[in-house]
Write a protein that binds this ligand. Sequence first.
Ligand SMILES: *[C@@H]1O[C@H](CO)[C@@H](O)[C@H](O)[C@H]1NC(C)=O
Ligand SMILES: *[C@@H]1O[C@H](CO)[C@@H](O)[C@H](O)[C@H]1NC(C)=O
Ligand SMILES: *[C@@H]1O[C@H](CO)[C@@H](O)[C@H](O)[C@H]1NC(C)=O
Ligand SMILES: [Cu+2]
Length: 675
Amino acid sequence: MVKLRGGILYFSVLISIWYMLMLSNSLLIVAHPLDPLTSEEIQKAVSLTEKSKESPDISYIYNYIALKEPPKALMLSYFRSDTEPPTHVYPRKAFLMLIENSTYNVHEVVVNLNANRIESKIRVYGVRPMFYIGGVPLPTESIKSDARVQEKCAKLGYPNMTLVVVSQAYDIVTDNRGDKLSFFLLNGLNFKMDNPYAHPLDFFVAYDLTTKSILKIQDLPTHDDFSVNNEGNTAPKMEGNYDYTLRGGKAFLRHDDKPILVSSPEGVSYKIRGNEIQWQKWKMRVGFNGREGLILYTVNYNDGGTRRPILYRASLAEMFVPYGDPRPPYHVKVWFDIGKYGVGYTAAEQRNGEDVLGSAAFFDSILHDAYGNPMRYKNVFSVREEEAGILWKHVDFRTKEGFVVRSHRLVLSTIATVGNYDYGFNWEFYQDGSIQFVAQLTGIVSTNMMAVNATPAGHGTTMAPQVNAQYHQHFFTARLDMDVDGDANSVSTLDIKPVQGNSGSATNPYGQGFTTSQTVLQTVGEGRTTIDPLKGRTWVVTNPNSPHKVTNKPVGWKLMPHSYPPVLMKADSPMRKNAGFMAYDMWVTLQNDDQLYPGGFYLNNSGLPEWVRDKLGETIENKDIVLWHNFGLTHITRVEDYPIMPVETTGFWLKPFNFFKENPSIDVPPAGSQN
Ligand SMILES: *[C@@H]1O[C@H](CO)[C@@H](O)[C@H](O)[C@H]1NC(C)=O
Ligand SMILES: *[C@@H]1O[C@H](CO)[C@@H](O)[C@H](O)[C@H]1NC(C)=O
Ligand SMILES: *[C@@H]1O[C@H](CO)[C@@H](O)[C@H](O)[C@H]1NC(C)=O
Ligand SMILES: [Cu+2]
């Protein structure tokens, strides 16, 4: 009896230990190999890295910490079969990039978190890490306390240094003096919460982050020619505020804008399980890191019970924002917002009822500060459903009756505030199989000071007296690891063209004929292609091993670009040195787990141009390929962009192209049918 009771007691203790393990499993141990690092994992990676220091005097700045993703080769069979990989299929690993505080020496570390050990630690030479130095104060006070800076501010009409801000920082990319030089721009304020961009000052400060000293102070051109402000112009004083509380309060706002409500009275139709999102027939996983922000993994579509793969991994991999004012030193206004700042580190908290409406779900992300402490970014991306107008409709000519089907879409979005600009990044999934990527551009245009009576000299627009907003371009690179019905894919360009032969000819007797011309890109070299709006060019990713039952041709998925002017910077511009990846609108490379950033991890041009250099003849037909698509817009600034810019958009579509057997949205309930 006693024995038995003891046995039962022993057994129930075992059960509760097992139960506790299960619980802690779901709380502490990451469920999926593609899940981002947890706080505990970041702490463990940092503590192992700290222990690896050669000397206790060394202090590390943790510039980048993220999941070292499992190799695609290990994950592919689970993607294809739509099954969950076992957690142990690949050890959890962290990738860290750190800078020695006193020397700016750069190290890369890979930590195996399961084995509790550093797998590799290497010193990287001659590279410039990301500008992100979260937690490390910018040299604002050091710049503001400099006597030369103070004298200049006073002459410009801003003598009170409390009312001067260091507003923008960027790296100079052509200066061979090195790795550590950063440029800072200053602005005045009429009062503490004033918009600084309305009061640009006419000089910049070059600062050495290593020696923590000012290297030089340089005047900026303020006239129609290259000359600087030698005749004592003061800075623009007129206020340009967008905050209504600074514009007279509620009375300033229009009063005839009535609320429009967005509601989902029966709940939402998406399901979230950890980092997996399922919405109607779509299913995908999400990830997040400091550099790329939101990442999509294993996007597939349920086609009549079969989950068909489409994309293994999709992310926004780089941004390139060159300015067009030719007057030095404005040539240094070339920003790489992802490679230098990171759209994850700069991502803003989203709020329901403000950034998104309706029944949205929010995800937090765990990033880190410069000391390696985990930092929770709250509501850093959101998932929501939207009503998107008419999806399809027809009226029968006989009865005048018909069906209207309204479109719903799932939107995953993140918003980054990178200095003066705010960028929204939205992945939209539709019921007809379409995916749209939409970049939204808003925020405040970068301004510079003009002398009284000067003009922007053809390179900008006058926003307010003495305030110039220079023309510039915004480019984005999407990295799309396509897996259309499997990993072996081919890519072709699809152009539209008139049938050869003039009217009256045998081939085109009435001259109205047109056709398409599809060219399979056979090699890495041929994969480098450009947009061609006058030919309506799209790129089609096909799976030669998956013939379509109706068309008898390989099933496909097409990328429809936005049209835009190419990079206007000359091919031989030294400012283009780090932007070799912008030479084409589309690159096609063979999938490689280590090739994630088109300009290279350090933007040292070791990205696409270097990866393909010796491989131009390599075949990309029927292979596991990655598309790198550059798109964007040219911002010819207008007064209506001031004091704050209404959203401009750019992006691209991905659409099934003879992939399904019919309109995949044929089963979406028509309006009224649910009553
Ligand atoms: C780097 O060193 C400075 C002092 O020189 C210190 O204030 C700062 O906190 C250090 N940063 C990190 C990330 O260790
Ligand atoms: C400088 O500006 C701050 C903030 O508006 C104010 O508190 C301070 O009194 C000003 N100092 C002088 C010397 O005017
Ligand atoms: C860029 O940096 C990488 C280190 O990630 C290095 O291997 C490569 O040689 C560098 N390329 C150039 C062109 O400096
Ligand atoms: Cu712009």
